[in-house]
Unconditional design. Structure first.
Lengths: 152, 505, 130
């Protein structure tokens, strides 16, 4: 059961899905939203297929996955687990992602980053979901607790 | 050769870049000229900041100067801030400006808010467990919610003078170009400020010198005045003291001839003692004021005479006097002795006058003086304790003089043989009884002064007098029978007196 | 390798993502504030706290870092390999100055301490065609 305190970050956060080849060369891709089945310890991260080729290949190869997700307040977690599947996104998921991305655009623009550029970065919708079975969760919120394991 | 559209575009870009560069250099020149026109520190700083907005669009800027402690920077001038901020302090090592000062390296910040918010997030966590590691948050002068900043160290000869800071609320608004411009202008400012500072120091130094001169002149004036005052005081004091010394001793002290130490020497002196017979009785009978007046009058007159003849008045003891001749200065033992006797003689004459005065004032008691003079080698000089000196004379000779005085008849001067041998030439003397004196193994011969011989010399002068019924002619050199002349004079005198009586009845 | 166009992405304007891998093949992904430009072939990351990331690098020097140009939002991916740690020099000073300037404003100068500037060789730099 994924702890409730991480829900906000999972669903509203800006994440990065990391993997490594069998030669231990790491890589990652950005995720713009996620859906979850907390009682099944499953989280599906929304990514763009064209930018995730290497990640997908690695996941197929050894299934080891890690995802760093955080929100503007700097609350963040790292989810470690193994790759279940890559699938198409549902309507709901696409809508959720769209909502997220709109929010990011606003926040980034507020911060002063040039809106057109921000829209370019977050404007394109993700097209696939990478589902991970979560095995470990680490707190990544900056501070002395960073790196500590979250029991679940 | 074909020039393509792309080439043209690139050329235009190059040109505009060059134009920009030229313009920047011109502006920098213009700014520095303006700033160097003045030697006023504040004007320099404020002019620079205003020009930086006018020519380069830097809307919020400030200049800070390192203070003497080298631990803080003070805001000298600001431009584009709500609050003046002048005088605000920044600690070296704190914040962007503080770190630039500490490391003497420029810093360009592009997104401070994001970095600050990350810092705050961590702080929130740290506070929960490790709060002792957290120091106080400081309020620094500058923009609230600043995003971009360029801070430049102002240096002169590797010494940090201060920091030049430009801020903006916009994200990532300064580039390398801006860094360069601000660096150039910052160094110009440092240079101009130093000139102004040196000028200021020079002015201050001049002012200090002027003040010092004035103070010195005042001091000199005061010193002279003080010296005058002090000298006047001392003169007054010494005048008062003079009354306690014989004039000769006093002069000797002041001339430096007489050293003020316990020092004595043996010298040939003539000693004089005198007192008033019957004076003590008077002290019982008279009012103190009258007595004092009489005594003062007497002693004053006697002192004048003593001083006139060059005697050193040793002391007064009531009506008694001790005077000596031969010290501090001497005219030779003969002259000293003659002067002493002459003095005594004149004193007796004066006493006659004083006696008449006192009679007129109701003092019926006749006052008679007794005087004694002796010449001998005595010990004279400063006697006494370390702190209290008395200039006086001691010895057997002094004792003899005193005994002579007490043996003298009223209004007479009794002298010793030693004195007689010295004064006999000038004064007629009559031998008197010998007296025995303690300290003398043999009885001492004494003589009484009759009078100055010069009064007797007049006797040898011829005398001639003529009037109706009487004429007189006396020529000592022709007269042989002086006895017959004396008898004749005596008979004539008797007949004149008888006739006078007969005429009256 | 590193070009003029990449430089704006190395100012810490936008956070970067850094992935490493342990000797056992376990990947780790984290977000860092800045990738520093050293020269055409090298970048540097600041080492402040001991972390899983650093442990991985010690075991396996290969890493992957993505950087973003804050003006255009262009993204680049760099394949990097750890070379050495520097505890002094200009780069270390610059990193430290920046860290201290911000930290001291919140009274956090004793919490944040720059332990080293880690130098990485850049093997490959590629566009991420967003």
């Amino acid at each position: 059961m994924i702890p409730e305190r991480t829900f906000e970050v999972i669903t509203a956060g800006f994440g990065h899905v990391g993997s490594a080849s069998n030669n231990k060369v790491p890589t990652h891709t950005d995720s713009l939203g996620a859906s979850m089945k907390p009682d099944k310890d499953e989280v599906t991260f929304f990514v763009r297929e064209s930018l995730s080729q290497q990640v997908l290949a690695n996941l197929e190869e050894n299934g080891r996955a890690t995802v760093f997700t955080g929100v503007a307040s700097h609350e963040a977690y790292q989810f470690k687990g193994h790759f279940l599947e890559a699938r198409e996104l549902t309507e709901d998921e696409l809508q959720a992602s769209s909502k997220n991305r709109t929010y990011f655009i606003e926040v980034m623009s507020e911060m002063g980053l040039p809106r057109p550029a921000v829209e370019r970065l977050f404007g394109v919708a993700p097209d696939i979901g990478i589902t991970i079975k979560i095995e470990e969760i680490f707190v990544q919120t900056p501070g002395p607790d960073a790196g500590s394991k979250l029991p679940f | 050769m074909n020039s393509t559209k792309e080439d043209n575009v690139e050329n235009n870009e190059q040109e505009s870049l060059l134009d920009r560069k030229i313009r920047e250099v011109e502006l920098i020149k213009e700014v520095s000229t303006q700033v160097n026109k003045t030697l006023d520190i504040n004007l320099i700083a404020n002019t620079m900041l205003a020009l930086m907005d006018e020519h380069f669009g830097f809307k919020h800027s400030m200049i800070l100067i390192l203070d003497d402690s080298k631990e803080h920077l003070n805001v000298l001038a600001t431009y584009g801030y709500d609050k003046d901020g002048v005088g605000a302090k920044v600690k070296v090592g704190v914040g962007v400006i503080g770190m630039v000062a500490k490391r003497k390296k420029l810093m360009r910040m592009a997104n401070m808010r994001m970095q600050m918010s990350y810092m705050q997030a961590v702080k929130k966590e740290v506070v929960k467990s490790n709060s002792e590691k957290i120091k106080e948050t400081v309020t620094l002068p500058g923009l609230e919610n600043v995003e971009s900043q360029v801070a430049i160290p102002m240096q002169l000869d590797d010494e940090l003078v201060g920091v030049f800071s430009v801020e903006s609320k916009e994200l990532n608004v300064f580039d390398k170009e801006d860094e360069l411009i601000i660096t150039i202008l910052a160094n110009q400012t440092a240079s101009a400020l130093q000139h102004a500072n040196l000028y200021k120091l020079e002015q201050e130094r001049l002012a200090e010198l002027n003040t010092a001169h004035t103070e010195l002149a005042d001091l000199n004036l005061n010193l002279e005045k003080k010296v005058e005052e002090r000298t006047a005081e001392l003169v007054e004091l010494s005048k008062k003291l003079a009354k306690y010394f014989s004039p000769q001793v006093y002069d000797s002290i002041f001339s430096g001839k007489l050293d003020v130490t316990i020092k004595t020497q043996r010298k040939q002196l003539t000693i004089f003692f005198s007192d008033l017979q019957g004076f003590t009785e008077l002290t019982e009978r008279l009012e103190p004021e009258v007595l004092t007046e009489l005594l003062t009058n007497y002693l004053t007159e006697m002192s004048k005479i003593a001083t006139k003849w060059g005697g050193t008045i040793d002391k007064f003891i009531g009506d008694a006097m001790l005077v000596f001749f031969g010290d501090p200065s001497s005219n030779g033992s003969k002259e000293d002795a003659k002067n002493c006797v002459a003095m005594a003689d004149e004193m007796l004459e004066k006493l006659n006058e004083i006696r008449k005065d006192w009679l007129d004032r109701g003092v019926s008691k006749t006052l008679n003086a007794r005087m004694g003079v002796h010449s001998a080698v005595c010990t004279v000089g400063n006697f006494g304790s370390q702190d209290r000196l008395d200039y006086t004379v001691i010895g057997n000779g002094v004792n003899l003089a005193s005994r002579l005085e007490s043996n003298s008849e009223a209004n007479k001067i009794l002298i010793s043989e030693d004195t007689y041998l010295l004064v006999n030439e000038e004064f007629e003397c009559k031998e008197r009884d010998t007296i025995s004196v303690k300290g003398f193994s043999y009885p001492v011969k004494t003589y009484e002064i009759i009078g100055k011989r010069s009064s007797i010399v007049a006797v040898n002068q011829p005398l001639h007098e003529e009037m109706p019924g009487f004429s007189f002619n006396y020529n000592p050199s022709e007269l042989s029978d002086s006895d017959r002349a004396i008898k004749l004079m005596s008979d004539v005198l008797k007949r004149l007196e008888k006739q006078k009586k007969f005429n009256k009845s | 390798m590193i070009q003029e166009e990449h430089l704006p992405a190395m100012q810490g304007m936008f956070p970067s993502t850094f992935s490493t891998c342990s000797n056992e093949g376990e990947p780790n992904t984290t977000v860092i504030s800045q990738v520093w430009y050293v020269d055409e072939e090298h970048v540097a990351l600041s080492f402040q706290f001991f972390s899983k990331t650093r442990k991985n690098i010690a075991e396996n020097p290969f890493g992957y870092v993505s950087i973003t140009n804050p003006t255009t939002m262009d993204m680049y991916g760099l394949e990097i390999e750890f070379v050495r740690s520097e505890t002094d020099g200009d780069l270390f000073d610059d990193m430290d100055m920046k860290l201290q300037a911000i930290a001291s404003m919140s009274g956090m100068e004793d919490v944040f301490e720059l332990k080293a500037a880690d130098i990485y060789k850049v093997h490959k730099i590629m566009n991420i065609p967003i």
